[in-house]
Design a protein around this ligand. Structure first.
Ligand SMILES: [Zn+2]
Length: 161
């Protein structure tokens, strides 16, 4: 019905949204973040049916459709499942280069993403070999913690094979 529509393609307008909002994280995530902040521990939530330990913790098991019941401390070490090294700047993220990895902490059934330190990122090929899948990392907590995922990061362990 628009008189200005054309058949040469969609009409595109530039747009940009910057939205700040606060939200309640819920009971399960609140316990997880509080343990990070106050006790420097990483906790998973275990499914009573299949036994999987979810981290970040989940209130329900996505396979069994039952409520998870037990809190299980996981880590402090784990294994790299996937990683990326960032060499380009992005708004709201650290000055590159930096590395991010999905790590399955010891005792956990799922992987958790966070920054990785202890890797020389100056040469992408060498850094990729250091962060190879299966590499071992350890959780390292920040001195000042705020109940956020950035209260810790992963540190590459030197004795990877
Ligand atoms: Zn389950």
């Amino acid at each position: 019905m628009s008189e200005t529509a054309t058949t040469s393609g969609p009409l595109i307008h530039p747009g940009e949204w910057h939205i700040h909002y606060d939200y309640a994280v819920g009971d399960t995530a609140a316990r997880f973040f509080t343990e990070l902040r106050d006790n420097m521990k990483v906790y998973a939530r275990r499914c009573p049916s299949c036994g999987r330990a979810f981290v970040p913790p989940r209130a329900y098991c996505e396979r069994c459709f039952v409520k998870t019941t037990d809190w299980v401390e996981v880590g402090p070490e784990g294994v790299v499942e996937a990683f990326t090294i960032v060499y380009e700047p992005f708004d709201g993220l650290p000055v590159p280069p930096y590395a991010v990895a999905y790590v399955t902490l010891d005792g956990a059934s799922t992987a958790l993403a966070n920054f990785v330190t202890g890797v020389d990122l100056s040469d992408p090929e060498v850094a990729s070999e250091a962060l190879a899948l299966g590499s071992r990392v350890a959780v390292a907590f920040a001195g000042k913690r705020e109940g956020m995922i950035t209260d810790f990061h992963f540190e590459l362990l030197g004795h990877n094979k």
